[in-house]
Design a protein around this ligand. Structure first.
Ligand SMILES: Cc1ncc(COP(=O)(O)O)c(C=O)c1O
Length: 343
């Protein structure tokens, strides 16, 4: 029986059509700014997000890190939500490469009042001046939850009123848009820089972009080179990104419906809990009440169901374009059966 891989939406493989678009891509040396396909993708993403410019980078990590580094000086502080990817899952890059410290809010999503309470000015030499507010939408470790458009506006206004800049980790902004009914343009409004990924739900093999003003992108361009991300005939990958934006964005709702079906199928299962109200997009967090996440993941693997761990008692399942409804329902049965046997 075919393996159902729900570890992440990064596991998708490029389709035959995407590979054809890659093979046919018109390319040039992107370090010289001469790759026409990269330039087309950068213009397309800048238009979608309503920014002056955008820059292709190989990974979401590099997109976040160079954007944040472009905003801070060593010793500055960045406000982030609980378990933000740029802090938890980027190998300490904020400390190592940007030289910034973080102040983590109590929750994944936070309010304008939280921002005002956390802010520290640069007037006091004892304090680390708070320069940036970074938001993650959708929020990965919170299970792909979306921010409300009004809450985003309040937070970005509060940050700007205090002279701070705002960054959006929009690795899955496409999912947030598909789930909330707001456009990417609306969800990006109010942010001084935005990172987006093409290699998650959109199914491209690699590629992310930073979108911002021409001035910030100019700084990011230099930082990309400094971080070793200046690549040459990378239009081959940008072509996959263009294909993904055109063909795979509109179908994200299917992944969300599959995640919802998985969650519903598990709601009454024994020895685990799933909070349906937090299943907004393509991620389902399954809390194992008895036993460990690793035990469930290990047995599920033997049954051809691959799952991720999001903590000692938390299993993460992510739907994507390479898994259909049948696979998701098979996964639900396997997970429920395993959980039922836990002592
Ligand atoms: C919210 C978020 N931001 C950034 C990234 C980093 O992307 P990459 O794996 O391409 O570095 C991820 C990866 O899963 C993510 O979930």
């Amino acid at each position: 029986m075919a393996v159902v891989d729900l570890r992440s939406d990064t596991v998708t493989r490029p389709s035959a059509e995407m590979r054809r678009a890659m093979a046919d891509a018109d390319v040039g040396d992107d370090v010289y700014g001469e790759d026409p396909t990269v330039r087309k993708l950068e213009e397309r993403v800048a238009t979608l997000l309503g920014t002056e410019a955008a820059l292709w980078v190989p990974t979401g990590t590099m997109a976040n890190q160079i954007a944040l580094k472009a905003h801070v000086r060593p010793g500055d502080e960045i406000i982030i939500g609980k378990d933000a990817h740029c802090w938890r899952h980027e190998s300490g890059a904020l400390a190592a490469l940007a030289g910034a410290q973080t102040q983590t809010m109590a929750d994944y999503r936070f309010t304008a009042a939280d921002v005002r309470a956390a802010y520290k000015s640069s007037d006091d030499p004892y304090l680390s001046p708070t320069r940036v507010v970074a938001v993650e939408n959708t929020h990965n470790m919170a299970g792909g939850i979306c921010w409300d458009k009004a809450q985003l506006a309040e937070v970005t206004h509060a940050a700007h009123a205090l002279g701070m800049v705002t960054h959006l980790d929009g690795a899955r902004l496409w999912n947030a848009a598909a789930a909330s009914g707001s456009t990417e343009l609306e969800l990006a409004a109010g942010f001084d820089s935005i990172s987006v990924c093409l290699s998650k739900g959109l199914g491209a093999p690699a590629g992310s972009l930073v979108a911002s003003t021409r001035e910030v992108i100019r700084r990011c361009h230099r930082l990309r080179k400094m971080h070793g991300g200046g690549m040459r005939q990378v239009g081959i990958l940008a072509a996959a990104g263009l294909y993904a934006l055109e063909h795979n964005r509109a179908r994200l709702g299917e992944d969300h419906a599959n995640a919802h079906a998985l969650a519903v199928a598990l709601v009454n299962a024994k020895n685990l809990t799933v909070d349906l109200t937090n299943v907004h997009t393509n991620i389902v967090m399954i809390d194992i009440v008895k036993g460990t996440a690793d035990a469930v993941i290990g047995v599920a693997r033997e049954d051809g169901i691959l799952l991720g761990s999001a903590g000692p008692h938390r299993v993460r399942a992510v739907t994507h374009l390479d898994v259909g409804r049948d696979g998701v329902m098979r996964a639900a049965k396997v997970i429920a059966d395993i959980a039922a046997t836990l002592a």
